[in-house]
Write a protein that binds this ligand. Structure first.
Ligand code: NAD
Length: 472
């Protein structure tokens, strides 16, 4: 049992003033595996005051010191990698192999990437008679989701440390445990008091309070579009910088010269990774009419044998949904696909075979999905792939762009040039060509209702910087 009964503020573990605690539930066993305190607005005030006072020192800290901190953080993720992977698998239900690589391996690489960026980052440039200086934006508030809990946190904490900002983190209530391990690590590394502060609690209470706080200069939010709107509204009166990483419903498009077998084989993993609870998952597959039969046949067969079950089993590909609420929500979407007349080609309602408890759903594939259907339009956030067909490339493009979101995407073609031309016309923040791998140094973020701003790489660092022009 992971019982954390204090908040990390100003370099010390202190009692929360909010009442009670939040239970952390293992979604595979439905058992309570941890508890974290409920922070109040009073706790947020203390954390903001600590961050404000530490900003004076940390904003002027030696760049080599920041590089050392970021490298030490990366090393600690390596040393405590198995503990972190097991903890995240216990709180999120992510299959353990994927947890090691994506949940812990990625934050390890991202932390190191910011140390590397700092080695030759240019803080000043001369433009005609002006000296342009980059300076840390100030005190930052971070509100993060449960689906990639540590990765979403490090995508903010690492560039903020690099920039010289100070911060208050509020992790999700479903998966807060890795954030507490992070606080332990930053304390062990010797990050100066007040630079990083951790306050757990309810988003609707302290999340909004943090966003509206007059002493917070920037709020960086990752989560649902609805909560992102609420954060923006709370932040508006204080004109703070707001960056938002929100939902997605990304298109995976096979052009007519693509290899249908490859498209079919890769489509499932691209949708079902982290049990489908991935904001950038490629959840809408758009294929030429003439390839439909072959692709659907391969996908259905692959999905039928997609291993669902205990996330601690090394062979498991799909674990449970994070919560009973998420399980119900995904189930309602599957029911809605059936009701609206989409063709269910694999999966469907109910628990997967051989699974008796836990918040599981069956990985599910719908074909003949039309753009009026709810399962086409809305983010399901579960292992549900929807497939539609097109007659010509312009129809493929309008289907790809037929979304309120624009976070990610995929294009398949025998010609990289042709795929790149198509990708450029997609209204989305990232596109993978022929399965191109995720790059931790490439900017990540959304068009349209998928958000504002970019994380990762130098673009992610820029979000934490103010720009000053000094005319000479
Ligand atoms: P959520 O919006 O319910 O919660 C995210 C965080 O916001 C949590 O810490 C929560 O406590 C807090 N919160 C909730 N309501 C709030 C409010 N009114 N004011 C301030 N804070 C509030 O989202 P979730 O269910 O944890 O995560 C799933 C969503 O996150 C999906 O829509 C997914 O696409 C999105 N997501 C986006 C990215 C990205 O980078 N674009 C990454 C991961 C997840």
């Amino acid at each position: 049992m992971h019982v954390r009964d204090q908040l990390y503020i100003d370099g010390k573990w202190i009692d929360a003033t909010g009442k009670g605690s939040i239970d952390v539930i293992n979604p595979a066993t439905e058992e309570i595996i941890g508890k974290v305190p409920i922070g109040s607005s009073e706790d947020v005030d203390k954390a903001v005051a600590a961050a404000k006072s530490a900003f004076e020192m940390w904003s002027k800290s030696d760049i080599n010191h920041r590089i050392e901190v970021l490298n030490a953080l990366s090393n600690a993720f390596k040393e405590r990698g198995e503990e972190l992977a097991q903890t995240i698998t216990a709180e999120v239900g992510t299959p353990i192999g994927y947890s090691r690589v994506a949940m812990v391996g990625t934050p390890r690489v991202v932390s190191r990437s910011y140390a590397k960026i700092l080695e030759d980052f240019s803080w000043e440039e001369v433009v005609r008679n002006s000296l342009i200086c980059k300076e840390p934006v100030g005190v930052c508030a971070f509100i993060t989701p449960w689906n990639f809990p540590l990765h979403q946190i490090i995508g903010k904490v690492a560039p903020a440390i690099a920039a010289g900002c100070t911060m208050i983190l509020k992790p999700s209530k479903e998966a807060p445990l890795s954030a507490f391990i992070l606080a332990d690590i930053l304390d062990d590394i010797g990050l100066p008091s007040g630079v990083f502060n951790l306050v757990s609690g309810h988003g609707s209470e302290i999340g909004n309070y943090m966003s509206s706080h007059p002493d917070v200069d920037m709020v960086s939010f990752t989560g649902s579009t609805g909560a992102g709107v609420s954060v923006s509204q709370s932040a508006a009166p204080t004109i703070k910088r707001v960056t938002l990483e929100l939902g997605g419903k990304s298109a995976n498009v096979a052009l007519d010269d693509a290899d249908p077998i490859l498209v079919a084989k890769k489509a499932i993993g691209a949708c079902h990774q982290n049990s489908g609870q991935t904001c950038s998952a490629l959840t809408r597959l758009i294929i030429p009419e003439e390839m439909s039969e072959q692709i659907c046949e391969i996908i259905a067969a692959k999905n039928n044998s997609y291993l669902v079950g205990n996330p601690l089993d090394e062979n498991t590909r799909c674990g449970p949904m994070v919560s009973s609420r998420q399980q119900s929500s995904v189930t309602e979407y599957i029911q809605s696909g059936i009701n609206e007349g989409a063709t269910l080609i694999s999966g469907g309602l109910g628990m997967p075979d051989g699974v008796a408890k836990g918040f599981y759903v069956k990985p599910t594939i719908f074909a003949n999905v039309t753009s009026e259907m709810k399962i086409w339009k809305e983010e399901i956030f579960g292992p549900v792939l929807v497939i539609t067909t097109y007659k010509n490339e312009s129809e493929a493009l309008s289907l790809a762009n037929d979304s309120i979101y624009g976070l990610s995407g995929g294009v398949w073609s025998a010609s990289n040039e042709r795929a790149i031309e198509f990708a450029k016309k997609m209204r989305t923040g990232q596109v993978s060509i022929n399965g191109g791998a995720f790059n931790v140094s490439a900017p990540f973020g959304g068009y349209k209702l998928s958000g504002n701003g970019r994380e990762l790489g130098t673009h992610g660092l820029d979000e934490f910087l103010e720009i000053k022009s000094i005319q000479m």
